[in-house]
Design a protein around this ligand. Structure first.
Ligand code: GTQ
Length: 364
């Protein structure tokens, strides 16, 4: 005998599973689905990302970059890049849900032809000398550790005029907001009519105009919300961090960490991506933290390790120069370094901040 009490007036009877399934099938053919089956996943108690902690050791990546250099020219490829694809997001060309990262290689004598797109790009130079990138009529040399910006919708080409026989390939990390623009369906792109854009400005002119803690008197934001500084040279960043480490307090979580700024706004260099450089002193045993912005790291100098934890799972990555790793959203991370090291990183933090959803916890 069914002991279930009869439904009270206004309350439906508990449908059995078969009846529910039939109902879901019926509404499915009308492009509808019940919220109550997915509510928990849609509104999780804390971020549940498919993005996984990941490490790319340069010793493993480098031979493939050189092989790519033999397989296809920069001109044919347009951009000869090996995408750093997050193992939890294979097939999506992204390193986190919102960010793209890749290692681009250019050989002496090559040109990566001019184009422009609404996606913003950052270049972080990993290895080699002699290549340049051109934006808006100005070229800048790419030296290891330099952080270079390609603002949204600006013509850009890359080249390596070096001698084919004696000069080495140049490799840099590309960081782009490709997945974000894809999410918003806001991507546009165009190829240039000329392979290389005309050089109309003296090299370094942007840095003199915007990089001396001064701005033109009638400042007109040449790239909208993006920083007018084209290249942030490593020698300046390195010296600042070196002096701060020697003479100022060292943060227990970050070591000595600075963020790159748009000098006109004090905000991030690009509207979608924040960039950072930090130095961990020798013997550093960092405290754990977590933040909603998943971050991509490029190791500049020295060695260390990062321990990452989430829901009882843990990962430890030992890193050295030119290695790359990812700390996903809301994963607890701790940095360690015996000998000291310098780390570049970037994330989508400015978007979290603009939306008022950025969250960071510093644990002890
Ligand atoms: O250099 O313009 O890694 O358009 C991906 C897309 C680099 C670039 C990438 C791009 C570029």
């Amino acid at each position: 005998m069914d002991m279930t009490p009869p439904p009270k007036p206004g309350q439906p009877a508990r449908a059995d599973n078969a009846a529910r399934k039939a109902f879901y099938d019926a509404i499915s053919s009308h492009s509808m689905t019940p919220l109550w089956e997915v509510l928990h996943a849609l509104v999780p108690p804390s971020p549940t990302t498919p993005c996984q902690p990941a490490l790319w050791k340069y010793a493993e990546v480098h031979p493939f970059l050189m092989q790519a250099g033999q397989l296809i020219t920069a001109e044919e490829a347009v951009r000869r890049v090996l995408i750093l694809e997050n193992p939890g997001l294979r097939g999506q060309s992204c390193v986190t849900q919102s960010l793209y990262a890749g290692l681009q290689v250019i050989m002496p004598g090559e040109v990566a032809p001019s184009h422009r797109h609404t996606q913003s790009a950052l270049r972080f130079v990993v290895e080699g000398q002699g290549a340049y990138t051109a934006v808006d009529g100005e070229r800048t040399q790419m030296k290891p550790g330099d952080f270079i910006i390609t603002p949204s919708w600006t013509w850009h080409d890359h080249g390596h005029p070096g001698h084919v026989e004696s000069d080495a390939p140049v490799v840099w990390l590309d960081g782009l907001d490709i997945p974000m623009l894809r999410f918003f369906d806001a991507g546009f792109a165009e190829n240039g009519s000329a392979k290389q854009q005309a050089v109309t400005k003296a090299e370094g002119i942007s840095y003199q105009r915007y990089g001396a803690n001064m701005l033109p008197v009638r400042y007109d934001a040449p790239f909208g919300q993006t920083s007018p500084i084209f290249s942030y040279p490593y020698e300046r960043t390195r010296e600042a961090l070196h002096q701060l480490e020697a003479h100022a307090e060292i943060d227990a979580w970050d070591g000595t960490k600075l963020r790159y700024v748009n000098p006109a706004t004090g905000g991030s260099p690009m509207p979608t991506m924040a960039t950072f450089m930090q130095r961990l002193p020798a013997g550093f045993e960092g405290k754990p933290w977590r933040q909603t912005d998943g971050a991509v790291f490029s190791v500049v100098e020295g060695h260390g390790s990062v321990t990452i934890e989430r829901n009882g799972q843990s990962w430890t990555f030992d890193f050295g120069p030119r290695d790359h790793f990812v700390i996903p959203s809301w994963h607890t991370a701790q940095l360690h370094s015996q000998q000291g090291c310098v780390l570049f990183s970037f994330s989508d933090r400015p978007v979290h901040q603009a939306l008022g959803i950025h969250k960071e916890e510093r644990l002890s």
